[in-house]
Design a protein around this ligand. Sequence first.
Ligand code: GAP
Length: 457
Amino acid sequence: MENLMDKLVALCKTRGIIFPGSDIYGGMGNTWDYGPIGVEIKNNIKRAWWKQFVQCAPNTFGVDAAILMNSRVWEASGHVSSFSDPKMDCKVCKSRSRADELIEEFCEKNDLSMDVEGMSNESMQDFINAHQIKCPKCGNFSWTPIRQFNLMFETSRGVTDDNQNKIYLRPETAQGEYVNFLNIQRSMRAKVPFGIAQIGKAFRNEVTPGNFIFRTIEFEQMEHQWFCKEGTDMDYYNEFKQKAFDFLLSLGFKAEHLRFHDHEKLAHYAKCACDIQYLYPMGWSELNGIHNRTNFDLSAHEKFSGKSMSYLDPFTGERYVPYVIEYSIGADRLMLAVLCEAYDEEIVDGETRVVLHLHPSIAPYKVAVLPLQKNLSSKAQEVKDMLSRDFMCVYDDAGSIGKRYRRYDEIGVPYCITIDFDTLEDDTVTIRDRDTMQQIRLKISELKNYLSDKVNL
Ligand code: GAP
C-alpha cells in the first residue's frame, strides 16, 4: 500500500497507539512513547511470545535480569571491543551516517548487487569516494574518514565520573540469561537441554533514521537462549527457525510476507545465523534473529568471571560447556510488523473504512460495548463491567453507531456489542465482527464463552 508508513505513524498518533518521544519538546530522534492503545497491543504481543516460548515450551525458565550489569560482562561478551558501527560525519551539516547503510541505499537505488556485510572500512571508504555518495541530509560530499563508534550507552556509577565507575546500559538482554546459567541450573534443578527466556529493555546509540519504531535507541527484546550439548546444536537451531516462523504465522502474518535470510558474514562467536525478514513498507528487513552461538558466551564468562560454566551430565558423567541456540526478536520491531500486516483500507458504502485486522489475542480491547442510545447506558455499563473481569473492554456512547464502529475498527477491536431496547426485554445483545462486519444476536450469559473461544491464541 502506498505511503503505508506515513499512514501508520499518523494513525498511531491520533488514536493513542504511539506518540513521538518528548513530543512537547519537539521530540527526540529515534524515541517513541506508547499510548494507552499501543501499550495494550505491545503487552499482548509480549504475552503471546511468553506463552509460546516459556509457558508452552519444554524445560524453559523465565528471568528478569538487571539492566545495569558489571562492566566485565560486556568485556567478556565482546561488546566493549567490537560492538560498533562504521560511521562518518558530514563536515558541512555535521550529521552522522553509517557507511554500510549509505552503500546499501546507493546500491538499491542503482540496482547494484554488493555484499556490504563483508566489506572492510577501507573498501567502504573507497566505494563511497569512487561513487561520490553524498550526505542524505544536506546533499554535500564532504565526509570525515570512517571511524568505528561503539553503540553502547555509557554512564557512571557513584559520584566520580572516571573509568573505574563506568557502566553501560545493556545493548541486549542475552547476557542477563548467560550470567544466570548457573543460578537457574541449581535453583530450578535444570538439566541440559534447557532454555532461559527474558523480555526486557535494551539500549543502542543508533544514529541512523529509524523508520518509526523499526530502529530505536531504547527498545525491548524478547530473547530465548537454549542450552544444549554440542552435536545436538544444529537440530535445535533448525527447530528454533521453524518455531520462530510458526509463531509469526500464529499472529496472523502471511507466509509470503516473511522469508529467511542466512548470514554470510558471521559474528566472531557464531557457527551459523539467520534472520527472519518481514516485507516492511521500506522493503525486506530483519524482524528477528536465530543464532548458533556455540559455547562462546559461557566460555567467555568462565574466563572473565573465574567461575566454571561447565555442566555435569548426571546420566553419563560427562562434563562440558553447553552450546547456545539464541532466538531474539524486538518487541517494538514485531509491533511495527504487526501493525503493517494488519492495516487495511476498504470502501464500505462509498466511504473508506480504515481497519486493523489484528489477531484478536493481541487487539488492545477485545470488546467495545456500545449502547444504542444514552438511556441504555446503565445496562451497557453492567455488561461492560461483567466482561471486564475477563477481557479488556471499552465503553462508548458518543456519536452514531456507524461512527463508533469505525472508531473501533481503526484500532483493531475485534467485537462490538450493541445494547438496544430488546436487551432490556430478553437479555440479548448484538455482537458485530470487525472483519466480516456480520452481526449476530447472543444471550448476555453466552458472551463470555463466545469471546473466550475467539480471543485466545
Ligand atoms: N542477542 C542478540 C541480539 O541482540 P540483534 O540482531 O542485534 O541480536 C536482535 O538484535 C533483535 O532485536 C533484532 O532482530 C531486532 O528485532 C531487535 N533490535 C535490534 N536492534 C534494534 C533497535 N535499534 N531498535 C529496535 N529493535 C532492535
